[in-house]
Design a protein. Structure first.
Length: 665
């Protein structure tokens, strides 16, 4: 009898301790590996898998498998690409677009857009007009689609879609324009879609949505949406409108909460231009936690050489504008003496002998058409960059998010025109971002003659899984432009390996990361632009017959050790957007943040987190900080690399063999 009493007492005490820990601590240590039939239970002996690649970096090699998986035969075209698992089978599906404002004709499609289901990395199935995603207001297939971004907007565990139809003043003059507008579509759970709640996204009649990011800005477990707006009338700064923050209400419903949020901008005046508070031609957007407080900050990048904007999320529902003080707005170069437009202005007979033009050089361009206005063109707010996007990543391995600014630059604008550049986080917000010179970072290129940097987007990942982040830049629209793959070296500098690795694509415009064959490394899918690629182009011989999409298989990264993580939120949003993952191995830390769509016209990558650890075989700990109200932290110590770690915020961690988790044949 006494034994039973003692046993009951021990059970009650154990339960009491467990409940108390759950109530009082946000931090949980969970090394559970139990699961169902295809999982490795805690009763099984998890067989260590250890690759021995030696010290990195490793020589990157990519293979073009576009024909092998049937995309060339399907005539898949695209300048921009987004990736998402739309049917929940754990394989990344693909949407491609030529960014048209016109409707596609299902009876005679021209490839304006395609939605493709991944058939286990072997082939793709075209579900464009069976998905329900492109049904127009008449109820038939053929909706216009400039680009699509995906997010679990109703928080039910599947990826919904936001179909963007880019509408500006010029759109209404297009022959065949059918007045389609941007709309939310909810996933039925099987990769088919139905229209979501109706919402008017427009402040006016225009929806010039250049970029969209999803985030949970208030950590209530429901995703919110931030929209960046470009010119309503191209080139007319006064036509720009306020960028918009929409709070997710659940069920795919949204509410505009921009007013009073700290994100407000105002109409163009001399004062608002100088402060950066004016409405801008936003070109790209991004959301990530830069200051490490668990709240997603918002960044916008601007066309027209205006200031870029950095909004720090204070965690109380409000944002503060740190654009200029953070050193994010633009680089510090404001010398315009080598700007050819300035030279042209000063070459005019009425201006050349003025005090304003005393140091001007003779122009080397034909001054038939140029734009320069003293008092406007020579101001800091007009001497930044044509900024297409921002990448968030821990580039120096110190545990916080650094940034990479993606810029389009031209020789004739001179040194004041911002170029793509690393912005290092050395203790933001107390310390401004440190802009790293090209020679110091190695992220540069050969520029001769009338050069143009056509950088329109990019992705960042550890392609060789050596533990260091690399950067792939999509550069297009000008002679000689091509993709660049900057692989991080052992000394922290970067080296362009695109040509040698087989990943160099002429006029690469858009692209995405995806582990297309589920072997534990990131592959690439790349779209191209035909803009300014005429018969008079120096690189005309490289011009493809059509804007075919290219798929590049990574043949290097799978040989190194890696931690593959699939997160599922409970009190956090189901997709765990905003979660911070820290892998500790060999005395080092490897940090990633789960992010959504970003950049110019919808860059979006595979949500499977692949974290390379090089030649390390033992993981001391995996830590997840969830983006919920309490910023719950869970830690796992019984962890093995080279498995898929399914981490459910409610049930804990489960190891899966790669082949079984993805049902590989």
């Amino acid at each position: 009898m006494k034994k039973i009493e003692i046993l009951v007492t021990m059970i009650i005490f154990t339960l009491f301790i467990a409940v108390s820990c759950g109530d009082d601590k946000k931090e949980v240590n969970d090394s559970d590996t139990s699961g169902d039939a295809d999982e490795i239970s805690d009763e099984d002996v998890i067989e260590p898998i250890c690759n021995t690649p030696g010290a990195g970096p490793y020589e990157l090699k990519f293979t073009d498998i576009t024909e092998e998986i049937g995309l060339k035969g399907m005539d898949v075209l695209g300048s921009q690409i987004t990736v998402a698992d739309i049917d929940g089978d754990r394989w990344p599906d693909v949407y491609t677009t030529l960014s048209s404002k016109l409707r596609e004709d299902p009876a005679a499609p021209t490839g304006l857009y395609r939605l493709l289901k991944n058939k286990k990395g072997v082939s793709f199935e075209d579900v464009t007009f069976t998905s329900g995603l492109f049904k127009n207001k008449e109820g038939t297939n053929g909706l216009a689609s400039s680009y699509v971004v995906f997010a679990d907007m109703d928080n039910d565990g599947d990826m919904d879609a936001f179909n963007v139809v880019y509408v500006d003043k010029s759109t209404f003059s297009l022959d065949g324009y059918m007045e389609d507008y941007s709309k939310v579509y909810l996933n039925n759970g099987d990769g088919t879609f139905k229209p979501g709640p109706a919402y008017n996204f427009s402040l006016m009649v225009y929806e010039a949505f250049a970029g969209v990011s999803f985030l949970d800005y208030n950590r209530d477990g429901i995703l919110d949406m931030f929209i960046g707006r470009h010119y309503n009338e191209y080139g007319v700064l006064e036509s720009c409108e306020q960028d918009t923050l929409l709070q997710g209400l659940g069920g795919g419903k949204f509410k505009d909460i921009t007013e009073g949020s700290g994100l407000e901008t105002v109409k163009v005046t001399d004062e608002s231009l100088a402060s950066g508070k004016n409405h801008k031609a936003t070109w790209g957007v991004a959301a990530c936690d830069v200051d490490g407080d668990g709240n997603s900050d918002i960044m916008t990048t601007t066309y027209g050489r205006s200031f870029n904007m950095f909004y720090r999320n204070k965690g109380d529902g409000l944002f503060e504008d740190l654009s200029i003080s953070s050193n994010f707005a633009s680089d510090a170069l404001v010398d315009y003496n080598d700007d050819q437009f300035f030279a042209c202005y000063c070459a005019e007979e009425a201006n050349k002998d003025t005090e304003y033009c005393k140091d001007a050089e003779d122009p080397v361009i034909v001054c038939s058409s140029y734009s320069w206005s003293p008092g406007f063109s020579d101001q800091p707010h007009r001497l930044g960059g044509n900024s297409s996007g921002t990448l968030c990543g821990d580039f120096d391995g110190d545990g916080d998010m650094d940034l990479f600014a993606i810029e389009l630059a031209h020789w004739h604008i001179g040194k004041a025109s911002d170029k793509s550049q690393l912005l290092m986080n050395d203790g933001f917000p107390k310390t401004p971002f440190r802009r790293v010179d090209e020679k110091e970072s190695g992220i540069t290129r050969t520029r001769t003659g009338g050069w143009n940097d056509g950088d329109l987007g990019g992705v960042t990942a550890d392609f060789d899984n050596d533990g260091k982040m690399d950067i792939y830049i999509l550069s297009s629209d000008y002679d000689g432009t091509k993709s660049l793959l900057f692989q991080q070296q052992s000394d922290g500098k970067f080296k362009d390996t695109a040509k040698d690795s087989g990943s160099q694509i002429p006029r690469a415009h858009g692209g995405a990361l995806l582990d297309i064959d589920r072997d534990g490394d990131y592959d690439l899918i790349v779209g191209v632009s035909m803009m300014r690629w005429g018969t008079d182009s120096a690189d005309y011989g490289k011009r493809p017959e059509k804007q075919w999409v290219t798929v590049l298989r990574n043949d290097t990264g799978s040989q190194a050790n890696k931690v593959m993580i699939d997160l599922k939120g409970k009190t956090a949003n189901r997709s765990a957007i905003g979660a911070k993952i820290t892998v500790k191995a060999g005395g080092k830390q490897f940090v990633r943040e789960v992010q959504s769509s970003y950049g110019l016209t919808g860059f979006q990558n595979d949500t499977l987190q692949i974290i390379g650890i090089g030649d390390l075989c033992e993981v001391e700990e995996v830590e997840v900080r969830w983006p919920d109200k309490d910023l719950t932290v869970t830690k796992y110590t019984n962890v093995h690399p080279n498995y898929v770690l399914e981490i459910d915020q409610k049930t804990g961690l489960t190891h899966h063999r790669i082949e079984e988790y993805f049902g590989k044949e």
